[in-house]
Design a protein around this ligand. Sequence first.
Ligand code: SGN
Ligand code: CA
Length: 515
Amino acid sequence: MKFLPILYLLLSLSGFAQQRPNIIYIMSDDHDAQAISAYDKTLIQTPGFDRIANEGIRFTRCFVGNSICSPARATLLTGQHSHKNGVKDNFTRFDSSRTTMPKLLQQAGYETALIGKWHLHSYPTGFDYWKILPGQGLYYAPRFIGMKGDTNVIDGYVTDVTTNEAINWLKNRNTSKPFALLLHHKAPHRQFLPSLKYLEQFHTKVFPEPATLYNDTAGHGSAWRIQTMSILHIMQLCTDLKVDPAYLQNIPELKPDASDIAGYNTLMDRIPEPDRSRMKEIYAERGKQLQQLKPTGKALLKLKYQWYMQDYLACVASVDENVGRLLNYLDEGGLTNNTAVIYTSDQGFYLGENGWFDKRFMYEVSFQTPLLMRWPQHIKPQTTTNVMAQNIDFAPTILDIAKTTIPAEMQGKSLVPVITVKQKSLNRPYLYYHYYEYSKDHTVLPHLGIRGERYKLIYFYTVNEWELYDLQTDSQEQKNLIKSPKHQSLIAQLKEELKKLRDQYDDHEPAGELH
Ligand code: SGN
Ligand code: CA
């Protein structure tokens, strides 16, 4: 008997006592799959993300249910679509008394933590430890809110700092329990402010332009015409693209407004010297080019697109480096084998397609989100799957990895049978989508829709306009087939499927029939 504690100590040191897997869920903000070289090598090399894909599985068709920040986060916690979890837009407070995946993990004996962006307005619940960025968070010297209501500013670059905080928590965690850590990066969210190291690497690069960069909205429906996601017209030169305002003063057509100048200074002021001066030098080069060329229209868009990519991808490079750093920490701590690592974003993001930035639409670019998972001994390295997954599946999957019961109220499915290749399909031929937020940012009209293997049907119900796309022949979704005579019976069938799905998920908006 008296040897038992020693035996237990030996077992726990050797890892035997802790059979249940640890879980690390890493979610970036607005990280499009095109900016991960495991998906696409055109824009950037990302050894950190690619390591997860190479040692695990890559989903080529993972989607969200509502392509915007707070709703995606509420879906992660609840496994439910927005109308069920109550968070339909970025301005609704999440009801923290709800049943959530972290609470269930806690009840199952997991040590849970959340570090980074939260953006759900109420305080986190279900976590043994949390440290969050208020709202969107800041890129430099970010302020964090702690569990005791304390706030403190931590010097450094947000992606590095958030990772440091996560590694510190891992070092100090209660090792008698398995852990689940949610690490939510702010980057690469607008205003795309990089670290100097990566700005130096990216500011001279030239990126290929997407085929639809110069498309206009002619021939498209109301939603395309009304949106304000245009790089040319909406992306600001000072704040978003950080052109030093001093260089714009004498170019009437490019003159920044006052808030833009204030925004530029606020952003720059948080960067420590000597980095700040060097970054201003780089941004001044952009201003000089504008003064020299005085570009308008297509020529201006050409420049803005390159600067957008340089800044956005430099932000992504920091996330990649820090994901690599975290994976190394798992190696060093002997945690790799028994830890499931998941990497995703809250949604996809336009990188110049249709001349746009931002997200919200059910079109593939913003509807899709990257999903990479590594779980040694369960997932075969270098696996890819084209099974249609959705972010409602994340909570059930995490609970399943933890061998915990998935409550019936969760609307997603566990992806575990797919990742372990026990099952080829999820028996879910259609995915459901519903976007609500209108008139705040980027004026994307509310819509709902359904995506099957080949076709996507979208209904912009406030203007009573439908769109149908054939994803096989028109992957860029440029040709709305809703009036095509030969697609009419397919459209009728998809409308029926959409109604069925709306009933199945118990969504009652818009009220009445869908015509
Ligand atoms: C901010 C951004 C928008 C962005 C929303 C929502 N403007 O308002 O471009 O769509 O956040 O983003 S900014 O000038 O403040 O950057 S989300 O990721 O939170 O959904
Ligand atoms: Ca986002």
